[in-house]
Write a protein that binds this ligand. Structure first.
Ligand SMILES: CC(C)(COP(=O)(O)OP(=O)(O)OC[C@H]1O[C@@H](n2cnc3c(N)ncnc32)[C@H](O)[C@@H]1OP(=O)(O)O)[C@@H](O)C(=O)NCCC(=O)NCCS
Length: 171
């Protein structure tokens, strides 16, 4: 009998037109077609920034998930547009995307990351070390404002932050 082995999820910053197009296809499928959070498309001015990072999660050749991150100044970063295609959910793509965003912001000198989280996903983020700061309206819908302190990678010139879980790499 042949045992099937789950293929690994690989997260990476999208480079080149094809990867960025795949990133946007996933976002559109989830936030426009599935959730209807945005009527036509979910692009905004942050997508055009020089310092925005568009991330993809691949399983084999297929892009199944996304996250986006960008700096807000003073060591603060925002992570958003976390999305995994419906057919690929609860198979271990979402958590690595969040960890990748956290590790990437930390590696670029970030001290804290924020996210506007849908209430249904609060527990998912808490399990990854994030803390809820309160309810808010965002994109015209109820959300939870959540944050995580970013641990500086070894060798970075700022002192490491060791007092908060969930900032480890990997996934
Ligand atoms: C939220 C989302 C990104 C999670 O992605 P995913 O690929 O299903 O997540 P994972 O498979 O990595 O889940 C990791 C763990 O969290 C659990 N989990 C997943 N979604 C959860 C949720 N909403 N609440 C609590 N736990 C959750 C999984 O069951 C898994 O548990 P395990 O470690 O015990 O097996 C995905 O459901 C999604 O894209 N939703 C639609 C878009 C969306 O809501 N984006 C976020 C906006 S804030």
């Amino acid at each position: 009998m042949t045992r099937s082995v789950a293929r690994p999820v690989v997260c990476a910053i999208a480079t080149g037109e094809d990867e960025r197009a795949a990133h946007h296809r996933v976002r559109r499928a989830v936030f426009v077609d599935e959730q209807g959070v945005f009527a036509d498309d979910d692009l905004d001015s942050h997508d055009a920034r020089d310092d925005v990072l568009h991330v993809v999660a691949r399983v084999g050749e297929e892009v199944v998930g996304t996250v986006r991150l960008f700096p807000l100044g003073d060591g603060l970063w925002q992570g958003d547009r976390l999305a995994v295609l419906g057919a690929a959910r609860t198979a271990g793509a979402g958590a690595p995307l969040v960890r990748f965003a956290v590790a990437t912001a930390a590696a670029r000198g970030g001290r804290r990351m924020i996210a506007h989280v849908q209430p249904a996903n609060q527990r998912f983020f808490e399990r990854l070390g994030w803390t809820a700061q309160g309810a808010e309206d965002y994109a015209g819908r109820p959300h939870v404002f959540m944050t995580i302190r970013l641990a500086q990678p070894a060798g970075h010139d700022q002192a490491p932050v060791l007092d908060e879980p969930g900032t480890q790499l990997g996934g």
